[in-house]
Structure formats: structure tokens, C-alpha cells
Write a protein that binds this ligand. Sequence first.
Ligand code: PAF
Length: 278
Amino acid sequence: MRERVTAWRSSGERVALVATMGNLHRGHLALVREARAVADRVVASLFVNPLQFSPGEDLDAYPRTLAEDRRQLAGVGCDLLFTPTPDVVYPRGQAAHTRVEVPGLSDILCGASRPGHFVGVATVVCKLLNMVQPDVALFGEKDFQQLLVIRRMVADLDMPIEIRAVATLREADGLAMSSRNGYLSADERARAPALYQALTQAAKALHEGQSVESVEHAARAMISASGLEPDYVSVRAASDLRAAETSVLDTEAWVILAAAYLGRARLIDNLSVNRART
Ligand code: PAF
């Protein structure tokens, strides 16, 4: 893989990386399409990273669909698929491996509910970037906190790689595409769009000048009323996930993030809030 990428780059071709855990959906394929648009060559990686799963999470159940993933990637013009195994990524075992931690961004929101998750993400993404050595790497905005963790890591560690965000792809009813949506029963799938609906309502209410506290409270209530168990709903600065200090938002870019449990799935989503009152 490194030889192929080095040859491409030394002949002046720009190389993009799309890192995945497989079980691909149209959101992943949108990342590959965007990668094709901004680079000459596209490498996709497929690695179900054990280090980012907490004990008791769905590591073993996580769907492995390599043949289908490979077919889909070929269909959208991926040049090279890199599928390392855990013994390649963590040769001395994951407990003995060097870790990358991004303080401040890792223990809040999803990091509070999934201790160690973002250390696992930062570590594996750092390794994948070093292994592949792309010019640009693309990540979905659905995992907004992950995107900020990766941006901060790349800046702090002076990695000469552009990080590009790609907009969340949604089903027709608004549900953000996710590999974990496959865990939902028909009844749960019918309830799941409530998360996005709550975010849409919340963004509208903030835009109208309602207070952050009341909007977060109403969104939680709306999520619960639909039979989902809210984990968090929080309005944060889009640049660094700082909590809103004033109750009515100013002109800075803000984002409302939410997570909720539904059956076997933990769903996350977010929506940007441009500004409140002028
Ligand atoms: O978003 C994901 O699928 C994973 O967290 C990533 C970035 C591939 C790291 O394992």
C-alpha cells in the first residue's frame, strides 16, 4: 500500500484517504465521491478498530461485510482498499500500544458516555494517516465531535494533511445514515427520525432567540416522547465544542449535538445553528 501511494505522490498525484469501519452505506460512498473530486487517487481503509469500543459495546456484533463493501467502493472509483488486521495495527496488542489523546475534546458529550472512545479514534486515525500518508483525508460531519478531535490532533501533531468535512447524508425522513441504523427493528426505525426532528425544532427555536437551556430541555423531552432514551442534547461552539455561556446565542457558529439510545443502537446527530437574533 505504501509503495503504491508513494509512487502516485512522486508522480505528482494527489492522494485522498477515506477511513471506514466497513458496513458501508451511501454516506461513506459520498465521502469517496468527494475524495475523487479533490484528489487524483482515493485510498479507502476498512478496519473495525477494537481500541475505540468500550467493554460491553458492539465490537463483536459490528457487521463485517467486506465483499459487499469492496464491490461498492469499486463502483464509486476507489483506487485501493486497505484492510489491515488488528495484529498489523496493534502488533504488540492494543493495551501496550502508544495512544494519542486530544484533551478537552475527548471526555465530553460522546466521550463522557463512551470513556476511551476518542483516544481509540485519535490513535487509529493517527496511525492510518501515517501508514497511508495521504494529502487529504475526508470525514463525515455526522460524527462532528470525531471530526474536531481529528482536526485538533492533525494541527497539534503538525501532520501535513488536509482534513475535509463532508455533509451528513440523510434518509428521506431525515435520519442520518449510519452503519448502526441496521440494528433498528421496524418499529425503532419508524421512531428514529425523532432525533433529527428534535434538532430541527431546536435550531429553529434558537434562531428565533429562545434560550439555550429551554431549547435543550424541549429537545430532550421531544426525543423521550418518541420512545428514544436521550443521552445528551447540547448546544456547543462549532469551533471547539465550548458550552454556550450566554443563554441567547450570538453570531458565532454554534452546533446542536444529540445522542440517544434506541434498542441496540446508540444514535448521534447534529445540526449547525447559524445565529440567533440579529
Ligand atoms: O468514523 C468511523 O468510521 C471511525 O471512527 C474511523 C474514523 C474510521 C476510525 O476508526
